[in-house]
Design a protein around this ligand. Structure first.
Ligand code: KG4
Ligand code: ZN
Length: 365
């Protein structure tokens, strides 16, 4: 293997079918040779949320062609790759199976290693696609399925500092949008309406904000907003005001807890403090601006991936594969890896504290 590694990444864990080919150099610089993200938004929009059966079928229909088109764009043949990485959990199991099995089949056919990747590790490493972001850093992972703080000290070394105890922030945005009937996915729709609204119009709760921990809760906020919609007829201005007030409540929770998390992180690590925000909700400009302020006040640097790499994509999966291949941190037999619908990044904390979405299938976050 040369000192540059070239990886095909595949992502199918939710409602985007994505593939990417990238090369990572020995100094960590990344060149994305080709990437494709095919969104299923139109298929799920009539239902106001992702329907697992529809997602699985759509992935099964197009994963092959998305990969073929991406490989062609990259100008490389399968045999020129050093490995194939695919999201192997956590996520909607039907889609995860499609991407993982396709990746395994290609790896087997080409005689290349197959590298199973945790989708959350992809998000955790996503800032390293665009710029140098050395370990350690504090990660706020805030997406449709997750809302947690992780102390990232190295590849595969993630310590969860706090997490939502019910809904994820993106899920809360999606539910408000569904209640208001303004479209799916909800985050961008709420953000758009909020630009015309007054964030002080509705007095919505900021659950757990004043508790001395790093946990979040958004279920009560979601219910409070739904009650406003039920209780009074809302004209266009009131709907915009509700979106702005809701976005402000989430922003306050995220920024308040981030302030606390940065203080904790600084107590653990000396040297420069980096705050990384990743996941789909990191695309929200109001939230980004608030986190920028919090970071500045704490003497930390905020690093946020470019918008297209905040939401689900395969470049982050390919990068995680490249980093694992270079570090020799791979399952001995990737082909034998079984897909995991639940796969916490910090297994120890998730198992020790089942309050975070534990249950028959195991810990969620
Ligand atoms: O990371 P992602 O693409 O998928 C998951 O792994 O969940 O995140 C999708 C989530 C959705 O809930 C979506 O509503 C939210 O990110 N989102 C936003 C924005 N763009 C996407 N939330 C708030 N503001 C946005 N601009
Ligand atoms: Zn994601």
């Amino acid at each position: 293997m040369s000192d540059h590694v070239t990886i095909l990444g595949i992502e199918t864990s939710c409602d985007e079918t994505a593939a990417a080919v990238l090369t990572r150099g020995p100094d960590g610089t990344v060149e994305i040779l080709a990437e494709t993200v095919h969104s299923q938004i139109e298929e799920h929009a009539p239902y106001g949320g992702v329907v697992p059966e529809i997602a699985a079928r759509a992935h099964a229909d197009i994963t092959d062609s998305v990969i073929a088109a991406t490989l062609e764009d990259s100008g490389l043949a399968l045999v020129e790759l050093d490995g194939i990485a695919a999201t192997s959990g956590p996520g909607l199991i039907g889609g995860v199976m499609v991407g993982m099995m396709t990746g395994k089949a290609l790896a087997m056919a080409a005689g290349k290693p197959f590298i199973p990747i945790n989708h959350l590790e992809g998000h955790a490493l996503s800032p390293r696609l665009a710029e140098a972001c050395p370990f350690p850093y504090l990660l706020l992972l805030v997406s449709g399925g997750h809302c947690q703080f992780l102390d990232v000290t190295g590849l595969g070394s993630y310590h969860r500092l706090g997490s939502t105890i019910d809904d994820a922030a993106g899920e809360a945005f999606d539910k408000l949008a569904k209640t208001l009937g303004i479209g799916f996915p909800g985050g961008p729709a709420v953000e758009r309406l909020a630009t015309q609204g007054d964030p002080a119009r509705f007095d919505l709760p900021r659950p757990l904000l004043n508790r001395p921990n790093l946990d979040f809760s958004f279920a009560g906020l979601k219910t409070a907003a739904a009650r406003v919609v039920e209780n009074e007829p809302l004209d266009d201005q009131a709907r915009a005001d509700l979106c702005a007030s809701f976005q402000q409540a989430i922003t306050d929770c995220l920024s308040g807890k981030t302030e606390r998390a940065l203080a904790e992180f600084k107590g653990q690590h000396s040297g420069a403090t980096r705050l990384v925000v990743a996941g789909g909700v990191a695309a929200n400009q109001t939230i980004r601006a608030a986190l920028e302020m919090v970071a500045k006040d704490a003497g930390a640097t905020l690093i946020a991936p470019p918008l297209k790499h905040c939401t689900d994509n395969a470049a982050m999966i390919a990068l995680a594969g490249a980093e694992r291949l270079v570090a020799g941190r791979m399952d001995e037999d990737g082909l034998a890896f079984a897909a995991r619908p639940r796969w916490p990044l910090d297994e120890t904390s998730a198992q020790a504290d089942p309050a975070y979405g534990g249950g028959k299938k195991g810990a969620k976050a």
